[in-house]
Design a protein around this ligand. Structure first.
Ligand SMILES: C[S@@+](CC[C@H](N)C(=O)[O-])C[C@H]1O[C@@H](n2cnc3c(N)ncnc32)[C@H](O)[C@@H]1O
Length: 368
């Protein structure tokens, strides 16, 4: 049998189909099957405070697993060989940089990705996003993801935990604290970068941040734009417990599905993904009512590409979409630019300008 004929037979499902499956395809499946080792190992090194042990206030000196163990367990104990196994795996995912000596001794420093896990001077880092995404309640919901297909009336999180995420976390202040740290840890670096390139807050006096949480985005907007003299941080009452004291900012508890306070510009960052199309339309209509003529609704949300390619940004956006389907309502979602445009039009916003300022979040400016 010729080679082409063999491939045709294989694709048709001949009896030796699996045996003849290309080695690249077999490897791809094994990589996916082992994928869980990656986030779990990353969680382990974060919990063991390995990034801080290597970072040491910026020295980032390469250390062996045994040296790291001496720092994280000063009273002794621990298994250096097993720690090294985690470090090797995570080096292959660009968290650590492996330094292999001629005597086969391995040492590890942090890459840029690894450095993003170390707390900054405000006590924030990307580690909290990682920790929050693997909290126990979420880990209980993951095995039920397929049920979002079979019965989309109840989200997997509720099936696993018998209550919605907001009800669950409101009762657990320690876990809620982690969520707030996760939000700020993600939002501050994004806002810093966005404010360098997006100037849509010029000439605006009052900004309402819908779903603003701690108010940290408003603080950064007002620091950069002194013309914004009044900020209203509008969030669900139970989410305002960690609101910051910021001169010029009033924290208002309320539900955007019911109403939105008036302002010259309304900002909604990283909240729409948690809403269904109907809920988003409702909030957009409330924003439309709350804005003056030519007022702006400025949205920052993940925006899906139309084409499904294999880039890491597409993979991250699509895996985030499945996360939201599992943990929020099954019909909350990441959207394409076209879907956002249609939602804007359905609520009365005729114009949309899109600014791709970051590889994950996009700025969408709807004008009344
Ligand atoms: C992922 S967090 C983002 C927080 C903040 N905007 C940021 O970028 O860090 C989403 C926020 O939207 C708020 N939110 C969700 N639904 C809301 C609603 N119906 N009305 C007001 N706020 C809401 C949540 O309480 C939460 O604080």
């Amino acid at each position: 049998m010729g080679e082409v004929q063999e491939v045709v037979e294989m694709k048709k499902g001949g009896k030796n189909r699996i045996a003849r499956c290309e080695s690249k395809a077999r490897l791809a499946i094994l990589e996916l099957a082992h994928m869980m080792s990656v986030p779990m190992s990353l969680m382990a090194v974060i919990n063991l405070k390995v990034p801080e042990a290597i970072w040491q206030d910026g020295s980032n000196t390469p250390l062996s697993a045994a040296q790291i163990l001496d720092i994280i367990r000063p009273s002794g104990g621990g298994d250096a060989e097993n720690l090294q196994r985690l470090l090797r795996l995570l080096s292959s995912y660009d968290i650590f940089l492996e330094h292999l000596s001629s005597t086969a001794q391995r040492k590890y420093s942090l890459t840029d990705v690894g450095i993003s896990l170390v707390d900054d001077d405000q006590g924030l880092s990307y580690a909290y996003y990682m920790l929050q995404h693997h909290q126990d309640a979420l880990m209980r919901a993951w095995p039920l993801v397929g049920e979002a297909v079979e019965d989309s009336t109840t989200e997997p999180f509720v099936k696993a935990n018998q209550e919605s995420a907001i009800e669950y976390y409101t009762k657990r202040p320690e876990e809620m604290k982690l969520i707030h740290k996760c939000f700020s840890g993600i939002s501050i670096p994004f806002m810093r970068e966005m404010l360098q390139v997006y100037d849509g807050f010029q000439g605006v006096e009052t900004v309402v941040d819908v779903g603003g949480n701690s108010g940290v985005s408003l603080r950064m907007i007002m620091d950069k734009y002194p013309n914004v003299r009044k900020g209203i941080n509008y969030d669900l009452p139970q989410m305002l417990s960690h609101a910051l004291h910021i001169p010029g900012v009033t924290h208002v508890g309320g539900n955007a599905f019911e109403s939105v306070p008036p302002g010259d510009a309304i900002f909604i960052r990283w909240a729409i993904l948690g809403w269904t199309d109907e809920e988003t339309k409702l909030v957009f209509q409330n924003c439309y009512k709350a804005l003056p003529e030519y007022g702006k609704l400025i949205v920052c949300d993940p925006v899906l590409p139309e084409q499904t390619d294999k880039s890491s940004s597409t993979k991250t956006l699509l895996s985030g979409d499945v996360f939201i389907m599992t943990m929020h309502t099954t019909k909350s979602k990441h959207r394409t630019e076209q879907q956002f445009k249609q939602l804007g039009i359905s609520a009365g916003f005729p114009r949309l300008r899109v600014f791709y300022t970051d590889s994950y979040f996009t700025v969408l400016e709807f004008q009344k």
